[in-house]
Design a protein around this ligand. Structure first.
Ligand SMILES: CC(C)(COP(=O)(O)OP(=O)(O)OC[C@H]1O[C@@H](n2cnc3c(N)ncnc32)[C@H](O)[C@@H]1OP(=O)(O)O)[C@@H](O)C(=O)NCCC(=O)NCCS
Length: 207
């Protein structure tokens, strides 16, 4: 029997000019597109609205208000090693979230994922939507393994990653999980609940 080949829904998309109209589960319109240098202005303005907790979950340290030049490092990226997307929320297309995959060299098939949804829009499905598209885009970019470092108290991020539908491994060490998604194959609903915790060095950890 010939198995139908699962097609990546983003097949054919130009990753450097990615632009996708989507909706959250609640039906809110969201545009997901490649980050642009001028996003730095809106990012700079949003910084003071971010909670210390969100910043800590993203950067694992306390972050002071960055300068425009510092923000530019996030918005002006090398497309060979960075795949960076933003999510624009609602009819006004406000910047609501940013996520990226970074690989050490242009030919590496392993990338580290990170993302942040602004506090005001958290827990409304935006993170899931952005990361779903980011990982799908990453597969087209040649990524077969996505790695994320996640604080052990970051339940939403752990749930989100485990629910993307890729075989997932979690390794716990000193307060953080290294989560690895095997993205060789397209996501599969069965994988959403099928993950393995390889090392739990802390009693009572329930990822
Ligand atoms: C983690 C983060 C990206 C999640 O994005 P989000 O838009 O808030 O999350 P979503 O609404 O898409 O929900 C994702 C999952 O978390 C769950 N979740 C959401 N809020 C939750 C909460 N307060 N407690 C527990 N689970 C929660 C959702 O139920 C969902 O799981 P499900 O689909 O299995 O139901 C976002 O909260 C964030 O940016 N946090 C700060 C920065 C950060 O942690 N970055 C990740 C670093 S790797």
């Amino acid at each position: 029997m010939v198995m139908a080949k699962a097609i990546n829904p983003l097949e054919g998309v130009d990753l450097e000019r990615f632009y996708l109209n989507c909706q959250t589960r609640e039906g809110a319109p969201v545009v997901i597109r490649t980050i642009e240098p001028d996003d730095k202005y809106e990012m700079l303005a949003l910084y003071p609205t971010l909670s210390q907790r969100s910043l800590y979950m993203r950067f694992f340290r306390v972050i002071q208000q960055p300068t425009l030049d510092e923000i530019e490092r996030y918005t002006r990226v090398d497309p060979k090693t960075h795949l960076a997307l933003v999510a624009l929320w609602g009819p006004e297309q406000r910047l609501g979230a940013a996520g990226r995959l970074i690989r050490a060299t242009p030919d590496s098939d392993v990338a580290e994922l990170s993302c942040l949804v602004i506090d005001e829009l958290q827990h409304r499905g935006l993170g899931r939507l952005l990361n779903t598209k980011l990982v799908e885009a990453g597969r087209l970019w040649g990524i077969t393994r996505v790695i994320a470092l996640v604080h052990s108290e970051n339940t939403p991020m752990l749930r989100l990653l485990k629910g993307l539908g890729y075989p997932t491994e979690l390794v716990y060490d000193e307060g953080e999980f290294t989560v690895t998604l095997d993205t060789h194959n397209p996501p599969c609903r069965d994988n959403a609940t099928h993950h393995a915790t390889l090392t739990a060095m802390h009693q009572g950890i329930e990822p």
